[in-house]
Ligand binder design. Structure first.
Ligand code: ATP
Length: 215
């Protein structure tokens, strides 16, 4: 079987070094063929994002220039209506019927999974790889505690030999950056230098996308 494909979804509003470093470390440690960044179109669990989808995609594209194993994938933006992870994975599974797919999530996102649309089907479609973020612990009780017992693995090989079905938790360098904080910094008139790639910083400054509160 070919090497797994990493799937990293997010609002990316904006993309920052916490996302990029996490994706890079997971690509290296899990021996992924590539990491696909999928900016959400119309996120089901968040307020309307503050930067328009096309600009968020442009920021992702600018952020990954020069890293050929990183790919910007706009399929969620091309879909009308809500974009659910399960639908995105069904779509990817049609494209890659046999391939190992690894859904990459921060621990905060993983803990929210039981609220996602048809969340249990996700384990039939992909492996779930959880990156530790500061202050978040793996669940030991509740539905996700059960998922950890049934599907948890400490072996990268398991992610290569089956196309889906395992949960793998991996510690990554802790960069406590969040898009919410970055937007607040902009509102406070601060500079995002060294928190996001220069090309992303320039797109933010040039567009003024976070410079005023949404109504
Ligand atoms: P917001 O503050 O707007 O919620 P965010 O910074 O958490 O945004 P998202 O686009 O919502 O970014 O996150 C996409 C994915 O990246 C999620 O799985 C999230 O857990 C993960 N992620 C976000 N920030 C980091 C970080 N600093 N380190 C590791 N993973 C991160």
């Amino acid at each position: 079987m070919s090497e797994p494909i990493g799937i990293f979804g997010g609002t990316f509003d904006p993309i920052h070094y916490g996302h990029l470093r996490t994706a890079f470390e997971l690509w290296q440690s899990l021996r992924l063929a590539q990491v696909r960044f999928l900016p959400t179109g119309d996120p089901p669990h968040r307020d309307a994002s503050l930067a328009p989808p096309a600009l968020r995609l442009q920021m992702v594209q600018a952020a990954i220039v020069g890293q050929s194993v990183f790919v910007a994938d706009d399929r969620e933006m091309r879909r009308t209506g809500l974009s659910y992870s399960v639908d995105t994975l069904l779509d990817l599974r049609r494209e890659y019927p046999e391939r190992s797919l690894c859904l990459l999530l921060g621990m905060d996102a993983f803990l929210g999974m039981p609220h996602w649309h048809r969340w249990r089907e996700i384990f039939e479609l992909a492996h779930v790889v959880v990156a530790h973020r500061p202050g978040w612990k793996a669940p030991i009780t509740g539905p996700l505690g059960e998922v950890m017992v049934d599907r948890g693995t400490g072996s990268v090989r398991d992610l290569h030999v089956a196309p889906a079905g395992r949960v793998y938790v991996h510690a990554v360098t802790q960069l406590e950056i969040s898009s919410t904080e970055l937007r607040q910094l902009i509102l406070a008139g601060r500079d995002l230098r060294y928190l996001v790639p220069d090309a992303v910083r320039e797109l933010i400054m040039g567009s003024g996308c976070y410079a005023r509160r949404s109504t």
